[in-house]
Write a protein that binds this ligand. Structure first.
Ligand code: SAH
Length: 238
């Protein structure tokens, strides 16, 4: 993957000045200078190849070339809703789900959720999305939704038709992931907190058309369960 730098700005061919942390990273950390080629991305689905014209520690002047379509997205929506694990494990979750092509992550507030991410932490998670996208080549950013209560999430009007709730296998009637494929309509997978979903939460989900699915006899961490499920649907079938 080329050397990629992120900007939230829209990009058109011609001169562009990159500022802030990304400019610092480009010139001081990576030591790019005049004549070097890099790729800018802003989440619009394209690579924006560019050449460095001049760089100091705070600003980089670039000559941006015409955009190149570089679609590295899955052909269907893949959504994960999860009670976020604490600290670095939350960042790990975001990094891996971004790499796997997940389209939207919704942090859940459930009955047994311990962590209530504050706005600053959501900013940090959004930053982890950008960093992972640089590395893996994604040109569309995974959306991190605001923290959503389980009941409100179940009632959301825009969820994919296939809705799976990860739950201990003893309570999942033998249903396993290979029994499901996403189809063009996509899939949403919900992962409970370390204490699991409460019985009433599972019942409410089933009433809303969700299906319980087990991942085997061991109790997985939230981030492991989420990555396994995303990986199952994200892996190419041909
Ligand atoms: N003691 C809890 C375990 C929670 S683990 C319980 O009995 O439910 C956190 C979340 O990860 C679970 O709510 C579930 O969504 C998912 N998970 C972990 N291990 C799993 C497994 N073996 N099968 C299905 N889901 C699992």
């Amino acid at each position: 993957m080329a050397d990629r730098f992120y900007t939230p700005d829209s990009l058109v061919p011609g001169e562009y000045v990159l500022t802030g942390a990304e400019a610092h990273h480009l010139a001081t950390v990576r030591r790019f200078g005049p004549g070097d080629r890099v790729v800018l991305f802003n989440g619009d689905g394209h690579d924006h190849p560019a050449e460095v014209v001049a760089a100091d520690r705070k600003r980089t002047l670039l000559n941006v070339f015409p955009a190149v379509t570089a679609d590295r997205e899955l052909p269907f929506p893949l959504e994960i809703a999860a009670a976020l694990p604490k600290g670095d494990r939350g960042d790990f979750l975001v990094e891996k789900l971004t790499e796997l092509g997940v389209t939207r992550l919704t942090p859940l507030q459930t009955e047994r959720t311990v962590v209530q991410p504050r706005e600053t932490r959501l900013d940090k998670l959004q930053h982890a999305v950008v960093e992972a996208s640089k590395q893996c080549g994604r040109n569309v950013l995974m959306r991190v939704a605001p923290v959503t209560r389980w009941a409100a999430f179940l009632a959301a009007p825009d969820l994919p038709a296939l809705r799976l709730l990860l739950h201990p296998p003893a309570e999942s009637a033998g249903r396993v992931l290979p029994g499901f494929s996403a189809g063009a309509g996509g899939v949403v997978v919900a992962v409970g907190p370390e204490g699991g979903f409460a019985p009433a939460e599972v019942e409410a989900a089933e009433a809303a058309g969700w299906v319980r699915v087990g991942l085997g006899p061991r109790v997985l961490r939230v981030e492991t369960a989420a990555v396994v499920a995303a990986g199952w649907f994200a892996a190419p079938r041909s």
